[in-house]
Design a binder for this molecule. Structure first.
Ligand code: PLP
Length: 380
């Protein structure tokens, strides 16, 4: 049987991984500055993460959400502590799209309204409402088309205020990535986030922060919105949450009330998924990884700004992007082929850096030196 061919594949067969490196079948090492799409948060194969999952496997791997699972309560407690969101409730699911799907449904249940405000270049996932709130017609099937979602320009406070002034009482939710990922690393401005908060308060709409990519510590604070000191009503989380084990979730503010039947999932919050997420949080605490992401992010950003040829270095913590001019358009491929370095991309001509939060100066310098050398190669 063939695989359904929806992914253009890199010529790389990864057979093992450790820390910030992945290895192919000839045991060639590749420096992972892509993190398997921002998923690897505490490094590949972290010993505590492996032990937590293996230890759980020996006890019980799965049972449905019809019974008590104390690991979920333990995870909720740890999340409250590390995020500081003590008055929120936790709902667990399996992927980023599912988290956003549930968040949007919840906003509609809560308000009784249908309209969703999303932003240009947003990416919120592939399922029905999540993809409807994603600004890319290539991902949207005819059945996903809806008049309920409107896309406003990113970081345009005046456009948002004007839209609310006319439609505020119909708006169920505003959904925004604190740092747009797929859209090309665009940081939401403090003013934008504060305005969303104020408008949602005025009109009783739900503020959803899609922290699937930029959350769980990657920005140097637990949620990227924390940089602006703004609270959302719902935070969605996925990627870095399990360090590669599929687990996702929503933090839901206390004024949004739960009712039986509103949300549900078979696999979400299973014992292994909770063990993986607990191991990630414990490691982040033990190794002070929020601080490390902030410090290493700063270092990388300042160093990248010194490199001639790349443009508009931007981001927060270890979610960094820069523009690649036309003459360096093969830079990503060249870094991979000649220097064994994996990076992410975002069209058009943006390179995205999403390394593990465990990187140190040696690893950062290895990357920076290779980047400089690759740019010199292409310029000569
Ligand atoms: N939201 C954001 C901001 C993302 O970057 C992604 C994935 O790239 C998603 C949602 C969808 O997550 P998943 O692929 O786990 O469904």
């Amino acid at each position: 049987m063939k695989l359904f061919d929806v992914y253009p594949l890199m010529d790389l067969n990864i057979v093992r991984a450790a820390g910030s490196y992945v290895y192919d079948e000839q045991d060639n090492a590749f420096l992972d500055f892509y993190g398997g799409h921002a998923v690897i948060s505490i490094g590949h194969g972290h010993s505590h993460w492996k032990q937590r999952i293996a230890g759980q496997m020996d006890k019980i791997a799965f049972y449905s959400n019809a019974v008590i699972n104390e690991l979920q309560a333990e995870l909720a407690e740890k999340l409250a502590k590390i995020s500081g969101k003590k008055m929120y409730a936790l709902f667990l699911c399996n992927s980023g799209a599912e988290a956003n799907e549930n968040a949007l449904k919840l906003a509609s249940f809560h308000t009784g309204r249908k309209k969703v405000v999303a932003f240009k270049k947003a990416f919120h996932g592939r399922t029905s409402l999540a993809v409807a709130a994603t600004d890319n017609p290539k991902y949207t099937a005819p059945v996903n088309e809806t008049e309920h979602v409107v896309f406003l320009p990113f970081n345009d406070v005046a456009a948002l205020s004007a839209y609310f002034a006319l439609n505020g009482n119909d708006i169920a939710a505003v959904i925004i990535e604190g740092i747009q990922g797929v859209g090309g690393i665009h940081v939401a401005s403090d003013e934008m986030l504060q305005t969303i908060r104020e408008l949602c308060d005025t009109y009783n709409s739900v503020f959803i922060a899609d922290e699937v990519q930029c959350g769980f510590g990657r920005s140097g604070k637990f949620f990227s919105l924390d940089h602006a000191g703004v609270q959302a009503d719902i935070y969605t989380m996925a990627k870095g949450m399990g360090n590669g084990f599929p687990v996702a979730g929503l933090l839901i503010a206390s004024h949004i009330k739960a009712q039986y039947g509103m949300l549900g999932t078979t696999f979400g919050g299973n014992h292994l998924a909770c063990a993986a997420a607990l191991a990630v949080i414990e490691t982040m605490e033990q190794e002070n990884l929020l601080h490390n992401a902030a410090v290493m992010g700063d270092y990388l950003m300042r160093s990248l700004q010194q490199i001639k040829g790349i443009e508009n270095v931007r981001g927060n913590g270890l979610m960094i992007g820069f523009d690649v001019p036309e003459q360096l358009k093969t830079l990503k491929q060249h870094l991979f082929k000649k220097y064994n370095i994996l990076t992410g991309e975002a069209a058009p001509n943006v390179i995205r850096l999403l390394p593990a939060m465990t990187i140190d100066r040696v690893i950062a310098d290895t990357f920076l030196q290779a980047l400089q050398a690759a740019i010199d190669d292409l310029n000569n």
